[in-house]
Design a protein around this ligand. Structure first.
Ligand SMILES: O=C1O[C@H](COP(=O)(O)O)[C@@H](O)[C@H](O)[C@H]1O
Length: 273
């Protein structure tokens, strides 16, 4: 399978941090700044969240900063949360990315900062959808309901997708180089012109998942990877090595329409020159 990197998106910058804590606190602070600026400019802001250690760590860091400093407050009623991928499990299952995000930050925002429940756009659960394909269709409809009428053009193409414009899309990177639930060698990598795709057989449990596609990722204004830990070092090295096929390391194609930043801690950056 040959998957082309979308060269019309922005090539990645990378920033290396001493440790995961420094990384997550820096990204949390930048996220708050971008949300504030986007709300000022557009009246609302959409953000796509990720699961995984550094992704959830970033949300915990946002919560910590809000508890520490009233200066960081913003109008949370104007912020909408989505997910780049989700595990097809029952609603309250602790393995769901949305449940982990709720524990780290979202429940706190609802309770203390007037985030409306309806701004939390969880992907379908296994109670909502019988299989990943059905879940992908339902999630696509949820996204479409928040699309501008004219849709969003995938950079460098005539493809128009119906989804909100994400001010920021956070992405974790697995040790195998996966992002969202786009795993190496899977047919989901080649799915285009739609926003979502189902995965029946993820190599990382649980097997059934729903994910945004590469095309959907490329419409995000800012794509920020958050990568921590020595088990990610080989995936990070390969992602920045010119000849690596995207089908082997999907994270190579983690690129945004106006900004792409890899936030990497020292252990994960060990293989970089
Ligand atoms: O399964 C998933 O894994 C990735 C990365 O997780 P990590 O624990 O290796 O950091 C995550 O980004 C994705 O959202 C999640 O569903």
């Amino acid at each position: 399978m040959n998957i082309e990197v979308n060269e019309h998106t922005v090539a990645p910058q990378r920033e290396v941090f001493a440790d995961k804590d420094t990384l997550t606190r820096t990204v949390a602070s930048r996220l708050l700044q971008v949300l504030r600026r986007t709300i000022e400019a557009d009246g609302s802001a959409h953000v796509s969240l990720t699961g995984g250690g550094a992704g959830i760590g970033t949300l915990s860091a946002v919560a910590e900063m809000l508890r520490e400093n009233a200066e960081t407050q913003l109008d949370w009623s104007a912020v909408h949360f989505w997910w780049g991928d989700e595990r097809l499990l029952p609603a309250r299952d602790p393995e769901r990315n949305d449940q982990q995000a709720r524990s780290a930050l979202l429940d706190f925002l609802v309770a203390e900062h007037d985030l409306p429940e309806e701004n939390i756009h969880a992907a379908p659960t296994s109670e909502d959808a019988a299989n990943p394909t059905a879940a992908a269709q339902i999630y696509a409809q949820q996204l479409q309901a928040f699309s501008a009428e004219e849709g969003v053009v995938v950079p460098g193409s005539q493809k128009v997708l119906r989804l909100p414009v994400f001010a920021v899309m956070l992405l974790g990177v697995g040790p195998d180089g996966h992002i969202n639930s786009l795993f190496p060698g899977k047919s989901s990598l080649a799915v285009s012109e739609v926003t979502t795709v189902g995965e029946e057989d993820s190599p990382k449990p649980p097997p059934q998942r729903v994910s945004l596609t590469f095309d959907a990722i490329h419409t995000a204004q800012r794509v920020w990877t958050v990568v921590a830990g020595e088990d990610k070092a080989e995936a990070v090295r390969l992602a920045f090595e010119p000849g690596t096929p995207t089908a082997d390391i999907p994270a190579k194609n983690a690129r945004g329409a106006s900004e792409t930043i890899w936030h990497i801690d020292q252990p994960a950056a060990a293989g970089l020159a």
